[in-house]
Design a protein around this ligand. Structure first.
Ligand code: ADP
Length: 455
């Protein structure tokens, strides 16, 4: 069953229920009010009659005459003696020999009661006539309830018609209104279906003229999801393209060299070196990719422990002298003794990456400075070089995977794949730290890592 039909039925049932309760209450209320009026009229008539009643010396009823009854009251009167005989009755029912209300007459109590006499519905007030402690007879005053019954029937029919019309209108109205809402849902479903079938994540659900309501919010949320999916999908595609590109070049070089060796029937040193270098690049690329994949899937666990950063920096400084030798001068200055909470191996990897970049991109004769300072509750590690600097338009992207600032993408045996800084950033962020870079083209670059001081 469709949502539209279900909700329409629910609304109609609800409306019907409310009208039913309302109708029952109104019906009984009006019934009570009408009967109350009739009862008051009967009580007045009884009052008028008892005023003109006398009792003779023997104790018998002596009704001088029935008072002229109000014509509108339309009341019938019977006076019954103790012997069960009719003493007197109003002219309109003088031929009637039965009591207006036989049941009430037997009880001998003051009683308002409904009764039927020859298929006429009556309301009868029965009153015992008592002199002193002695009961001398019973007075019954009745009136026809035909008008009251007719009013009730009319009220019932009107209420039934109103209820049916109201429920029908509620059903039609909610069906129409819900139609508008479900139409919007259908538009969304169709749009999402089209996106699925066409495999086109760049499509969006049209939100033209949509109100600021739940449906409008849904459209916006779905469009935002599509936006995100599209960007993830594009970045995945770009990533695959980049990986393939990076893999293809070294493989082509290796294959070319192997072909050469095969044709020459001897392995020359140059080919072997080239194969060796390219294989080295490949394994570095695969290593970097593996690490990024582990990092992104949350499988790269960091083993936190207190790390003496000054010792770690000195260690890196010593190791990197080999790489810097004959090319740039490495300086280690201004180091404070600091301890941070971190994964020593990963922090070392960060430093090695930054220093390797500085050495690699700084031309012959340049300088690289390593620094470590305690600033308030924080630690700042810096790697500054006097290299070419990074153009402002490249700065926001150097932490992206496979991004390399040098336009020509010239490759040397030592040039990277643009993965190093992505890994560095991941590690620093997962240490709760910040990685900042300042660079001026022609002057050099400074990479700074801010971490929380342990002591
Ligand atoms: P790569 O493996 O290419 O070095 P990285 O992610 O480490 O990749 O660096 C991304 C890019 O940022 C580099 O290709 C280079 O253009 C630029 N870069 C990084 N460090 C420096 C630096 N010290 N001086 C100048 N450019 C740098």
């Amino acid at each position: 069953m469709s949502l539209r039909l279900r909700l329409t039925m629910l609304y109609s049932l609800f409306m019907g229920g409310i009208l039913l309760v309302f109708g029952v209450v109104v019906f009984f209320l009006i019934n009570v009010i009408l009967l109350n009026q009739v009862d008051t009229m009967l009580a007045n008539v009884v009052h008028d009659i008892t005023k003109v009643m006398r009792v003779n010396a023997v104790g018998e009823l002596n009704l001088i005459s029935l008072p002229p009854l109000d014509m509108a009251s339309n009341a019938y009167v019977q006076v019954w003696g103790q012997d069960g005989k009719l003493v007197t009755a109003s002219p309109s029912i003088s031929a009637l020999t039965e009591p207006l209300d036989a049941d009430a007459l037997k009880t001998g109590k003051t009683l308002y009661h409904d009764s039927w006499v020859y298929a006429v519905h009556l309301r009868v007030l029965t009153v015992p006539l008592i002199v002193g402690t002695h009961k001398i007879g019973t007075l019954q005053v009745g009136t026809s309830l035909t008008v009251v019954d007719a009013s009730q029937r009319a009220l019932l029919s009107v209420m039934m018609v109103v209820a049916i019309v109201a429920v029908a209108l509620a059903a039609i109205g909610s069906w129409a209104l819900l139609g508008r809402a479900t139409d919007s849902l259908e538009v969304i479903t169709n749009a999402v279906d089209q996106i699925n079938h066409a495999d086109d994540l760049s499509r969006r659900i049209p939100s033209s003229g949509r109100r600021n309501d739940e449906i409008g919010n849904l459209v916006e949320s779905v469009n935002q999801t599509l936006e995100r999916l599209e960007s993830l999908f594009t970045s995945q595609q770009r990533f695959l393209a980049d990986v393939s590109h990076e893999l293809r070049t070294p493989l082509t070089v290796i294959k070319g060299n192997v072909d050469l060796i095969r044709r020459m029937k001897q392995a020359d040193e140059e080919s072997l070196t080239s194969i060796d270098q390219e294989a080295g690049r490949l394994s570095r690329l695969v290593g970097g990719l593996l690490m990024l994949a582990q990092a992104e899937s949350g499988k790269l666990a960091l083993n936190f422990a207190p790390v003496e950063l000054d010792l770690l920096l000195t260690e890196v400084f010593t190791e990197m002298q080999v790489l810097a030798k004959n090319k740039v001068t490495l300086h280690l200055n201004d180091i404070d003794q600091v301890i941070v909470n971190g994964d020593r191996d990963r922090l070392k990897q960060v430093l090695l990456n930054l220093v390797a970049n500085a050495i690699q991109y700084t031309p012959q004769g340049g300088e690289v400075f390593l620094g470590l300072a305690k600033i308030g509750e924080q630690v700042r590690l810096t790697v500054r070089d006097t290299g070419p600097g990074i153009p402002a338009e490249d700065l926001p992207h150097i932490f992206d995977r496979f991004y390399r600032a040098e336009k020509s993408r010239t490759r040397s045996a030592f040039s990277g794949f643009g993965l190093g800084l992505s890994i560095v950033q991941w590690i620093v962020e997962h240490h709760g730290g910040q990685l900042k870079v300042e660079s001026k083209v022609g002057k050099g670059s400074t990479f700074a890592i801010w971490l929380a001081l342990l002591r």
